[in-house]
Design a protein around this ligand. Structure first.
Ligand code: GCU
Length: 679
């Protein structure tokens, strides 16, 4: 019976359309070459290095064009782990400084082939923008994933090291194909258990697989590990017993994993332990660990995401905490700074800490997982968000001091430069929950490799490798992706609004939110300040004065209500409802139009996608289509919730030419989603 149905389906639909397509292959859809093709070209290099052999094997399997000669030249240090590709129709020559450079070159060539780029006349030189291109997994040892929306963690700790899931290697290959060379395996809210000898052995089995793809493993560590795991009296970073415990632990790790990368630390933040528990500073804590790692060339990524419930504006606290410590950190410490000063909102101005530290290494932390952008239900292509931060001019070392140039070694030479992002990867068959979530993993890797790539180019690469090389498909999908993040900003938090999410899980709107006894800095009212006068957080000198943390030219722009770009207006100013915006509309009307635009834009995304039916396999078509329906409903929910709530303060009508609310505010206030947040 089944056979008959399949035959029937094959008759009705062409083969490519009925073939099951679950997204598990990501952007890695290289086609194996035939024996004939393989016979007519050679892929040559003599080496026993496992990475080089892998690079060669990928080309042997999938390269369908001319012959390729691979070589490592140890003199070409300027290439770092990049590569050079030159050649004509007959022969291609690939040179790298490190074996892994040949692997990256192999994937580069396969990408050119997969995206139908000419390969008859090549002259390419690629040197990665950052040395360490790292994913941060917020995966717990019980396999729940903090802020993860793609199922359980990939890491099956109970089975390791005995059972090796084939997905470990698939994951490593996907990362290597876009240049990612490091992973923090566990949640920043770290369990001390990860440092137990038992887990170090488990970790080794992952490290052994990842190493073949040029990927180093790192761990998030809990600052109280010596006390909890080692039975020391405390975890004071100046206590010799504690220092010794870490030294021995680091030695143990390197004995098992000789190329271990280092530690990521969330200390004295959101209830995590840290050096301040003992009256010590972040520098005391970071340096103690840095000293333990130094001999092994290990790195400490010390997070600047620290804030406490106090009368001080949360947006100012990381800067206040870290600037006085500038110069006190060891050179193998990198301060890991979230892109914005609050917390991965749909839009934030850049974090003023970038460039404010003159003598300390800095790196950016992005969030790929969509904690604040509709989880894995909403399509939001994040390359434009990443680029917005990287291209922001801080003026720290004069004009042109972009966040990218401050962190990639251009303006501030560093032992090692780095860039991180919180992964959106889980056990789901398509890895990221939403098929388009894969694009954000891809985009982070590509930008970490080369932050000068445009969002458009990255989108185009991803679409053509993942879905179709047909321009009739690429063009509309690219356009849809390019506008998608701004669309989310419009229907969630336009004009610089931020953090008006439902409590704790952060899915959906709750601008009215108020948790009895809850921390004020976790409440929406703390951020939007709606009252009868207006809306927005006054961060000028009349308010919290957070603008003082920016350099003069930026400070003047952000601090002046007339000059401040609309997109940051309510971030920096408490603006009267009737204030006349650049568009000539009142602030209230502008807000209404923005929310409405967001809704209309999602509808337009649905139309774009629906028109493409038949140009994409049915499974992914339907899955994306149904997510867009959710997104469309959520956009209306956001618009109604925010406008009806803010209207209780503005007391003004919603402009009559936009779509009317379809919900009652009181009904929306009753929505309480039972989504667990695991940490
Ligand atoms: C956010 C997020 C937490 C996470 C924290 C962090 O606040 O909601 O789940 O632990 O960021 O980055 O440490």
């Amino acid at each position: 019976m089944m056979k008959v149905i399949i035959l029937l389906l094959l008759f009705i639909f062409p083969y490519s359309i009925v073939r099951a397509e679950d997204g598990s292959k990501l952007w890695l859809r290289y086609v194996s070459v035939s024996k004939d093709v393989a016979h007519n070209r050679s892929i040559s290099i003599h080496s026993k290095d496992p990475i080089i052999l892998l690079a060669k094997q990928e080309l042997v399997n999938f390269w369908g064009k001319q012959s390729i000669e691979l070589a490592v030249d140890r003199k070409l240090t300027y290439l770092k782990d990049g590569f050079k590709i030159t050649g004509n129709l007959n022969r291609i020559k690939v040179i790298a400084h490190e074996p892994v450079g040949l692997l990256y070159a192999a994937y580069h060539l396969l990408q050119l082939q997969a995206t139908n780029q000419p390969v008859s006349n090549l002259n390419i030189e690629e040197i990665p923008s950052f040395d360490i291109r790292i994913l941060n997994h917020w995966d717990n040892l019980d396999r729940t994933v903090e802020r993860g929306y793609a199922g359980y963690s990939l890491w099956k700790w109970d089975e390791l090291p005995g059972v090796i899931s084939p997905r470990y290697e698939e994951y490593a290959r996907a990362n290597a194909s876009i240049g990612i060379n490091a992973v923090v395996i566990n949640n920043v809210n770290a369990s001390p258990q990860i440092l137990s000898s038992q887990y170090v052995i488990k970790l080794k089995s992952l490290a052994d697989i990842f190493r073949r793809y040029g990927i180093k493993v790192y761990l998030s560590v809990n600052f109280s590990s010596p006390k909890i795991l080692g039975g020391t009296k405390d975890s004071d970073p100046l206590n010799p017993e504690v220092i010794l415990w870490w030294k021995n632990k680091v030695k143990e790790i390197y004995q098992v994993i000789p190329d271990f990368g280092g530690f990521l630390v969330k200390a004295n933040s959101e209830g995590q332990p840290g050096p301040q528990d003992y009256g010590r500073t972040h520098a005391d804590g970071a340096n103690m660990l840095a000293d333990a790692l130094k001999a092994y060339h290990g790195v400490i990524m010390w997070r600047a995401f620290v804030y406490n419930p106090s009368s001080e504006d949360r947006a100012k606290q990381a800067y206040q905490e870290f600037v006085p410590l500038d110069g006190a950190f060891r050179d193998n410490v990198i301060i890991q700074i979230k892109n914005g000063p609050i917390d991965f909102q749909p839009r934030e101005p850049f974090n003023p800490l970038f460039g404010a530290l003159q003598k300390s290494n800095e790196m950016v932390e992005f969030q790929i997982t969509q904690e604040y952008l509709g989880f894995a239900n909403h399509l939001a292509y994040l390359a434009p968000l990443f680029k917005e931060t990287l291209d922001s001019d801080t003026y720290a070392d004069g004009k042109g001091s972009t966040v990218a140039k401050l962190t990639d070694g251009t303006l501030r030479p560093a032992r090692k430069t780095a860039i991180a992002a919180v992964a959106n990867i889980g056990e789901d068959i398509n890895w990221t929950g939403h098929h388009f979530g894969q694009a954000n993993w891809f985009a982070f890797g590509r930008l970490a490799w080369n932050h000068e790539l445009s969002s458009e180019q990255i989108a185009e690469e991803w679409i053509s490798m993942t879905f179709s090389t047909d321009n009739k498909f690429i063009d509309p999908v690219k356009k849809m992706m390019m506008g998608s993040r701004e669309t989310v900003v419009n229907y969630m938090m336009p004009l610089g609004l931020h953090h008006i999410f439902a409590f704790d899980h952060h899915y959906g709107p709750e601008p009215w939110g108020d948790q009895e006894g809850g921390r004020p800095d976790w409440m929406p009212w703390y951020y939007h300040h709606a009252d009868t006068v207006g809306l927005g957080f006054d961060r000028t000198s009349n308010g919290s004065n957070a603008i003082s943390q920016y350099r003069p030219p930026i400070q003047e722009v952000f601090g002046d209500i007339q000059l401040c770009p609309d997109q940051y207006l309510l971030w920096f100013h408490h603006v009267p409802w009737s204030y006349t915006m650049k568009s000539g509309r009142s602030m209230w009307d502008e807000l209404c139009y923005k929310y409405d635009a967001g809704v209309q834009q999602v509808r337009a995304m649905q139309q774009v996608w629906d028109r493409l039916e038949g140009q994409v396999d049915q499974q992914r078509f339907v899955e994306v289509q149904s997510k867009l329906k959710i997104q469309s409903r959520d956009a209306v929910w956001w618009k109604d919730a925010c406008l009806l709530y803010f209207q209780t303060f503005s007391k003004k009508p919603i402009p009559y030419d936009i779509e009317r609310p379809v919900h009652e505010l009181e009904d929306l206030k009753k929505i309480k989603l039972m989504i667990k947040h695991h940490n």
